[in-house]
Design a protein around this ligand. Structure first.
Ligand code: FMN
Length: 356
């Protein structure tokens, strides 16, 4: 049986931001922090588990995640200026049997406001952001809240605004990452893989551009580790990306959601807006893809002689999924959908696999 989620799909993004988190993340229980004993990107962590960019909308959500033993929480993607959210609904349950293969993702998936195990959902926000005046102060406070053995990451996405030169766009990325660093974030993440923006091609599939942006970010932030969040690569181009960027970035986070056309049970478009015929699917049905990318990133690291870290995510909803990711080579494992509906997932994983 699923618990009630800490992000309420029946409320808007702004209502969740103001009033959340809910249910298990608001029960006041603070679990004891473990001994710091794992090395990850220059930090000592108690346990290699976190929540990826997304469900932790602000500092209140990040603090709740830390209290529940998700030792590496990532604050949801922010931008250099206020940015609107896609119209509600933003989260719906997805009816998928077995794996959402790339072939299966070409055909429509039925989504509705109902959540069942094995849990898969669609999420479609379009990377909204509050103004930096709001999120910087909030993020500083959340970053300070981490106990020994924990630390806070934050995700950022550069924005191409009207009249902006390509240099201006690259600077938006670099300046934004510097803002995260200045707020006390120990490891920053660049979101190169948001499928809910209506972009024809994700940035992570454009290796020369990823290289340019990642270089500019690293020149700006120096020693602060940079993780880039990437999508599932179903072609050999992952090798090209890693070959070109494996000595620039400090880690890869894989995977983001898998986009698929989504429709209501009556056959109509499920999410309002011309750019929302397709939407990102996450949860149990994409685990195969996250595991596959984790294995490939590990093999490429060895083959090409790099030392980057691997954050594995996608479909971790029960403790054995965590173990599968560790066995596949994930240095840190993250769970978004699974954690949303189970605030005690970190506790369960730690009890089942004390040595991780
Ligand atoms: C509610 C929600 C919001 C998300 N928002 C973001 C985001 O802002 N930035 C990002 O890089 N990924 C975002 N994601 C994707 C997750 O980080 C993750 O890559 C994906 O959901 C796969 O993990 P899961 O199967 O455990 O959910 C979001 C996911 C969910 C469920």
């Amino acid at each position: 049986m699923l618990n009630a989620p800490f992000f309420d799909p029946n409320k808007t993004y702004h209502e969740n931001w103001e009033e959340g988190p809910f249910n298990g993340f608001a029960d006041g229980v603070v679990l004891p922090a473990g001994e710091p004993r794992f090395d990850f990107l220059g930090q000592k962590i108690s346990y290699p588990l976190g929540i990826p960019a997304g469900p932790l909308l602000n500092g209140k959500f990040v603090k709740a995640a830390l209290d529940k033993g998700f030792d590496v929480p990532v604050h949801k993607t922010v931008r250099s200026k206020k940015h609107p959210c896609n119209e509600w609904p933003n989260v719906l349950g997805a009816e998928i049997e077995g794996d959402l293969t790339i072939e299966r993702a070409q055909k429509s998936i039925i989504v509705r406001n109902e959540y069942k195990e094995p849990l898969s959902i669609t999420n479609s926000f379009g990377n909204p952001s509050y103004d930096p005046d709001v999120w910087v102060a909030d993020l500083k406070d959340a970053a300070r809240y981490a106990k020994p053995g924990q630390f806070v990451m934050c995700s950022f996405e550069g924005t191409k605004r009207e009249g902006m030169t390509s240099e201006g766009y690259i600077n938006d990325w670099a300046d934004g990452m510097q803002m995260l660093k200045d707020a006390g974030v120990k490891v920053v993440e660049a979101n190169f893989s948001c499928p809910n923006e209506g972009a024809a091609q994700l940035l992570c599939f454009d290796t020369p551009k990823v290289k340019l942006v990642a270089d500019a970010i690293k020149n700006k932030i120096g020693d602060t580790p940079l993780v880039i969040k990437i999508a599932y690569f179903d072609e050999p181009s992952l090798r090209e990306l890693v070959k070109e960027t494996g000595n620039i970035v400090d880690g890869y986070g894989a995977i983001n959601t898998i986009p698929a056309p989504v429709m209501s049970p009556d056959g109509t478009q499920a999410l309002p807006g011309a750019h929302r015929v397709k939407s990102g699917i996450c949860g149990a049905a994409i685990k195969w893809a996250g595991l596959d990318m984790t294995r490939r990133l590990k093999a490429l690291r060895k083959e090409l002689g790099f030392t980057y870290a691997i954050i594995g995510s996608g479909g971790v909803t029960v403790p054995s999924d965590f173990k599968e990711y560790r066995d596949a080579g994930a240095d840190v494992v993250m769970t978004a959908t699974g954690a949303m509906w189970n605030p005690y997932l970190a506790k369960e994983i730690k009890e089942q696999y004390p040595d991780a």
